[in-house]
Write a protein that binds this ligand. Sequence first.
Ligand SMILES: NC(=O)C1=CN([C@@H]2O[C@H](COP(=O)(O)OP(=O)(O)OC[C@H]3O[C@@H](n4cnc5c(N)ncnc54)[C@H](OP(=O)(O)O)[C@@H]3O)[C@@H](O)[C@H]2O)C=CC1
Ligand SMILES: O=C(O)C1=N[C@H](C(=O)O)C[C@H](O)C1
Length: 246
Amino acid sequence: MIKVGVLGARGRMGAEVCRAVEGADDLELVAAVDQGDAREALTAAEVVVDFTHPGVVMDNLRWCVEQGLHTVVGTSGFGPERVAEVRSWQEAHPGGNVLIGPNFGIGAVLMMDFARRAAPFFESVEIVELHHPNKADAPSGTAHRTAELIAEARAAAGAGPSPDATTSELDGARGADVEGVRVHAVRLAGLIAHQEVLLGGHGEVFTLRHDSMNRESFMPGVLLAVRRVAGLPDRLTVGIESLLGL
Ligand SMILES: NC(=O)C1=CN([C@@H]2O[C@H](COP(=O)(O)OP(=O)(O)OC[C@H]3O[C@@H](n4cnc5c(N)ncnc54)[C@H](OP(=O)(O)O)[C@@H]3O)[C@@H](O)[C@H]2O)C=CC1
Ligand SMILES: O=C(O)C1=N[C@H](C(=O)O)C[C@H](O)C1
């Protein structure tokens, strides 16, 4: 049995993780901590899962690293600077591994991987992410990570910037520029989490789309991460691609 603690346990994702852990034969929920609760209960866990808020996750993660706990992070807001900061804490504190998952949906991970592979073959690429209106951050962590992967792949292949003749625009009309990739964020009641990657070339458009229809959709990926984080070869891993053999 792997002992699991959850941070953000009363939130939309945290509550779903608690249910999934309780329903798994090989996992035991030993601590469910939310805003205002003492974190010390988490020291009973071997693996902590964080689904809180981009504004508080670094403080939680630093504490987990200092305690030597293996940690699976689902909270969004991790760019290269935050990742480097986590590495610096780990250098000072031997022990726990950290796995940061921008998206635990298996289909979403495949979409990101396919986007990375396809990006050098097309002249243009833009991302549209669509989420429920209670989401705090825009663009989403998934869109951020997808843009990073696309930008890396295009740079490695020597692909230039996507063509764009815009000289006059209302603020925001062309979306946010993430590593040179335009990202458009929709917030709409009725949605959960969705993303399209639009790739355009000579007389053709290739669209990759992923839809999370509910929050259970993230649980196979979260549980995979919980089971594997302690045995990962690197102390810090971003994304569950390697766990899926991608
Ligand atoms: N990686 C992935 O696959 C996915 C990632 N996410 C990300 O997960 C995060 C959480 O999303 P969601 O569950 O919808 O958000 P919610 O707001 O529903 O849940 C967050 C929970 O964390 C609590 N919280 C806030 N601060 C702390 C703290 N310091 N310590 C412990 N708990 C705290 C909140 O309490 P209070 O409400 O009182 O502030 C709330 O209960 C977001 O960043 C989201 O983008 C979401 C889905 C999938
Ligand atoms: O807030 C959400 O809901 C989600 N957040 C993550 C993100 O920012 O990418 C993952 C998924 O899109 C759901």
